[in-house]
Design a protein around this ligand. Structure first.
Ligand SMILES: *Cc1c(COP(=O)(O)O)cnc(C)c1O
Length: 393
């Protein structure tokens, strides 16, 4: 039935399960367990539970199931499994697919914790990882091997917002039989359909745009029913990374306004990028749908909007960047993104502090770079705030 609906209708209605009370707002089933009418029914459910039959909240819960079905419908995926955080999703997607001796090819520019899972955890268990510059398709081609099992990438790199050609990378991965796992957070489920571009598994930190109001941690893994139920679910349900029913309810409410928020934020981000580009205090503006972006054509082909995050490279270094951040009135200094509130961060001293100066240099993260996650405030107010703070630099 939901197949005929468009995005905004799905975001409000897909996956809804009403109890016998006919509630309008989705119910929070804040229960860890479920009772059985008879011992025989309990036995049967442990052999094979149906769609509306639950056993234990670590395995599944009605509120969590509503969230999984709603996001699977939005993404065009056969199934989904909700997780306690974005990192539980990334870790589960990778761990459930890999064993000692396997090979992974990954883009080098990764969210810090994703890099830790690959470099420090998986490597410790005998998984070999080759890192490549995600924008260089030849590096991907050269890195693929017959024992490559997983290809991992973030659709847009953080915080330099480079674009990876998902179709080309997926084609190369599929030639050697590897599974393509895409962390689609920066592209958002609204602006980019990575499954249609060839990816096999999508992961989100629902903490970002899906909640979008800075309240809860959450994550989700999406893919074929076979992958989600036979490969991922056994790993997740036995290792404890499942989403709480309360957080699933917050995410369901977040999804109702996801399209409205992302579009508003995406439009503002482009307007801000255009307004700030060329400013005397700004060396460069990094935003995928800005004409000056090195991969503008690819970004236009792959994403309907350029995302909700942009980076400004200020002339000068840390001192200038700090003066800029400290002079902002509306935009707050924090490190979340995708929030209704505009948030700014200085990656080289915060989110990417752990890297060596050489690693930051390779990734293009200089001391003058600031990352701005654009919220839903009035665009003109945000531009005025930024211009005022630039004057103070
Ligand atoms: C935030 C983020 C994560 C981790 O999500 P959490 O919900 O904080 O665990 C993973 N990948 C990307 C790209 C992110 O932005």
């Amino acid at each position: 039935m939901t197949k005929d609906w468009n995005t905004r209708t799905n975001l409000v209605h897909a996956g809804t399960r009403r109890s016998q009370y006919g509630e309008v707002s989705e119910a929070i089933f804040l229960t860890q367990g479920f009772v059985y009418d008879t011992a025989e029914q309990a036995e049967e459910r442990f052999i094979e539970s149906g769609d509306d039959e639950f056993i234990y909240a670590r395995y599944g819960n009605p509120t969590v199931r509503m969230f999984e079905e709603r996001i699977a419908t939005l993404e065009g995926a056969e199934d989904a499994f909700a997780t306690a955080s974005g990192m539980a999703a990334v870790n589960g997607a990778l761990m459930s697919l890999l064993k000692a001796g396997d090979h992974v090819v990954s883009a080098r520019a990764l969210f810090g914790s994703c890099l830790y899972v690959l470099e420090d955890i998986l490597a410790r268990f005998g998984v070999e990882i080759t890192f490549v510059d995600g924008t260089e398709i030849d590096q991907w081609r050269d890195a693929m091997r017959s024992d490559t099992k997983v290809v991992f990438l973030e659709a847009l790199s953080n915080p330099t917002l480079e674009v990876i050609d998902i179709r080309k990378v997926s084609d190369l991965a599929h030639e050697v039989g590897a599974t393509v796992v895409v962390d689609n957070v920066f592209a958002t489920p609204i602006f980019q359909r990575s499954l249609d571009l060839g990816a096999d598994v999508i992961v989100y930190s629902a903490t970002k745009h899906i909640d979008g109001q800075g309240r809860c941690l959450g994550g989700v893994v999406l893919g074929t029913r076979d992958y989600i139920r036979k490969t991922l679910e056994p790993y997740m349900k036995h290792t404890g990374g499942s989403m709480s029913p309360f957080n699933a309810w917050v995410m369901l409410k977040g999804m109702e306004t996801l399209d409205l928020r992302c579009r508003t934020q995406g439009n503002s981000a482009l307007a801000i990028a255009e307004a700030v580009e060329g400013h005397a205090k700004v060396d460069r503006v990094l935003f995928p749908h800005l004409k000056s972006h090195a991969q503008y054509d690819l970004a236009r082909a792959q994403m309907t909007k350029g995302g909700t995050v942009l980076s400004l490279v200020l002339k000068g270094g840390q001192a200038e960047a700090f003066r800029f951040l400290n002079a902002l009135q509306i935009i707050t200094i924090s490190n979340n993104l995708g929030d209704a509130k505009s948030i700014i961060t200085h990656p080289s001293t915060t989110t990417h502090q752990r890297l060596t100066p050489e690693q930051r240099e390779t990734l293009g993260i200089g001391d003058g770079l600031v990352r701005l996650s654009v919220g839903i405030e009035d665009t003109d107010d945000l531009i005025a705030d930024i211009m005022g703070a630039l004057d103070a630099v």
